[in-house]
Design a binder for this molecule. Structure first.
Ligand SMILES: Nc1nc2c(ncn2[C@@H]2O[C@H](COP(=O)(O)OP(=O)(O)OP(=O)(O)O)[C@@H](O)[C@H]2O)c(=O)[nH]1
Ligand SMILES: [Mg+2]
Length: 355
């Protein structure tokens, strides 16, 4: 049996020493606080005296050779420290990675502020990233490229040279008013012979609304009550340079209504189908409308009521979802003043809040 006394500052220190010198099986025989010796001992903090005992066989064979247990513990400790360091490095690496990825892309904030749905924003950013051959681009470069993607997304189309135009879209977005504006411009400023047709016999007053514009402009006007009337009506209007055809506003979620309008369009065989969308529509709904109206094979977009909002993210949402060009934008109820040919750079500035 070996008995040893340790004067230490703490129990922790004592245990470490005992374990090291006497082994794991050592037992503490006693402990007490003692005052340090010497003149100044009184003023110094008390020390701890610990007495421990261990069997001879447990005594370390060689003070300089750590015991098996200690060796094991040291290895375990080493491993723990290594894992700790690794986890810390990993997480700080991950942090830098994500912070790089999500690091304030100003353009992203702009799009989100403009109510562009999150999934569209992410798609635009990912599409841009994939386009870049160098995957380790700086945020600055990525921003520039995203702006390019956005600019590419906003396409415009001049469909003035086409003859038969059908206007489709949800209820109340401004289809009839837009037709009246365009009919006035073609007649009064472009010297074209316009014919107005409506297949909207659904809503009370719809016929009269377009008819009154036709009368003011002095242009031919026809109502399609049934699909079978179409060939005859088109024949009646064969001398017109441009035919503008109004349709009933449809709830895009009603597939039956969409299918009904589709039958008319198939019979008319227009050169261009405009999908008329209001900028005041929520962008999640715009996305849905665009997808549901796909069945009608529209070629270009008209955005109305830009005067009624200050958030123009719908331009991106609609262009991105449809992939179709924008032909006109309308900015008020006045016929014919409040309509403009779509200008991509102006539209982009609107989205960015720079216009
Ligand atoms: N502020 C504003 N109002 C508009 C604009 N375009 C149309 N409107 C108004 O929106 C309302 C509906 O217009 P309509 O042309 O009847 O809409 P519609 O799409 O033909 O409607 P339905 O035939 O019922 O589906 C009217 O009060 C128009 O004056 C625009 O650009 N800005
Ligand atoms: Mg209408």
């Amino acid at each position: 049996m070996i008995v040893k006394r340790y004067i230490v500052d703490s129990m922790q220190e004592a245990l470490a020493k005992i374990r090291y010198e006497l082994g794991n099986d050592a037992v503490i025989v006693s402990q007490r606080k003692i005052r340090q010796k010497g003149f100044l001992g009184f003023f110094k903090p008390k020390k701890l005296e610990v007495t421990a005992a261990a069997d001879d066989k447990n005594k370390k064979q060689d003070k300089n050779q750590p015991s098996k247990e200690l060796e094991k513990e040291i290895t375990e400790l080493k491993e723990m420290v290594e894992t700790l360091v690794k986890t810390q490095t990993d997480s700080s690496l991950a942090e830098t990675k994500t912070s790089k990825k999500t690091a304030k892309l100003k353009i992203k904030d702009k799009l989100v502020e403009s109510d562009v749905p999150e999934e569209i924003v992410e798609e635009i950013i990912n599409r841009t990233r994939n386009k870049l051959s160098d995957k380790k681009v700086t945020n600055k470069k990525l921003e520039v490229e995203i702006i390019n993607t956005l600019k590419e997304t906003i396409k415009t189309a001049d469909v003035d040279n086409k003859r038969i135009h059908v206007f489709v879209g949800p209820t109340g977005v401004g289809k009839t008013t837009t037709i009246a504006k365009l009919a006035s411009i073609y007649t009064l400023y472009k010297n074209k012979k316009v014919g107005l047709i409506t297949i909207d016999t659904y809503r009370i007053g719809a016929i009269e609304q377009l008819k009154s514009y036709a009368e003011i402009l002095g242009v031919p006007f026809e109502v399609v009550f049934s699909i079978k009337d179409i060939p005859k009506i088109l024949e009646n209007m064969k001398k017109c340079d441009i035919l503008l055809i109004d349709t009933t506003g449809r709830n895009s979620k009603n597939a039956m209504q969409i299918a009904e309008t589709k039958q008319f369009i198939e019979k008319i065989q227009p050169d261009n189908v405009y999908l008329v969308l209001s900028m005041t529509t929520k962008q999640k709904d715009l996305k849905l409308i665009i997808e549901n109206y796909n069945a009608l094979g529209y070629n270009s977009l008209i955005f109305t009521k830009l005067d009624e909002t200050e958030i123009y993210g719908g331009i991106i949402t609609s262009s991105y979802t449809s992939g179709k060009p924008i032909s006109y934008i309308t900015t008020g109820q006045n016929v014919p003043e409040d309509i403009e040919l779509a200008d991509p750079s102006k539209l982009f500035k609107l989205v960015m809040g720079e216009e």
